[in-house]
Ligand binder design. Sequence first.
Ligand code: AMP
Ligand code: MG
Length: 340
Amino acid sequence: MLTKMLDCSRGNLCEAAEIIRSGGVVAVPTETVYGLAANAFDKNAVKKIFEAKGRPSDNPLIVHIADYGQISEIASEIPTLAEKLAEAFWPGPLTMIMPKSKRIPYITSGGLDTVGIRMPSHFAARELIRLCGVPLAAPSANLSGSPSPTSAKRVFEDMNGRIPAIIDGGESDVGVESTVISFEDGGVRILRPGGITEEMLLTVSPKVTVDAGVTAMLAEGAVARSPGMKYKHYAPKANVMLIKGSCEAFKEYVQNNAAPGDYCLVFEDSEAVQGLKYLTYGSTPDEQAHRLFEALRQLDEKGAKRVFARCPDVSGVGLAVYNRILRASGFCLIDLEVSE
Ligand code: AMP
Ligand code: MG
């Protein structure tokens, strides 16, 4: 199969919508990361997403809408709090889990009776959904287990020959996937942190709980509230070690433990360790979210075998960055603050 690169012209969006309406899969830009989109109601189309990604069948897909009214086709019950949160944060990087309607096939929801729903803010994603006339199921457009793609070029690397078209909408603005929440006891639980932070949710929800799975490895045998938590994620080929501590402590640790050929992933140039190659991923949580996945892919391109990464601060969207890089490291966290 030839994979076409399409810019966001109206003609190209119509062509992409035609592919989707006839049961195909197209990669689309969103403000979080790029997604692989198909008609959420069509079992056979959704099956193609799982095949293109190599995604385990029990890992549910998020259903994307362009207009609030579409929610009633997808959810059988809409919590009052969901309406308020939608008003505050949609369109935007917030996925809300609700009981699914009969129209959503189990392949879309990974076998669950619930479904995650989101309204993206990227104009091309919303225009495409409108042109398709159906909600679109769309996971991140990477091969399962790889860092999510934040540009059309990175989607092409993973999906060339697997899907008919990629819409190029430039770099993803946020850079990490949406915040996923479920509803409980009059409040919400964050199952996956993202661009809509705990502080932001607290302006609307009386209670916000951060699920333990956000910052810790799931215990063996435990049931994941969010199935994605149990899979290896966002992992580059390199062995990433996440080092928590001051810049000085980081440098000292790396100097004592690194070998020639190892890489560092640091916030800024000034943190480079003499004699070692390095990449930067920014000094603010927003910048780090925007650049992390691209940095992980660049480390692979450079053939990095071992990477010493500076651990991000967990405030605001930093919690999402920490959640992703912790998984990218396979939970290899070296806490210099504890051992000091
Ligand atoms: P991705 O499509 O790669 O952004 O991953 C979507 C993630 O959202 C999944 O891996 C799940 O962890 C989570 N998710 C989607 N739908 C549900 C649901 N119905 N219940 C719990 N988690 C969900
Ligand atoms: Mg993903």
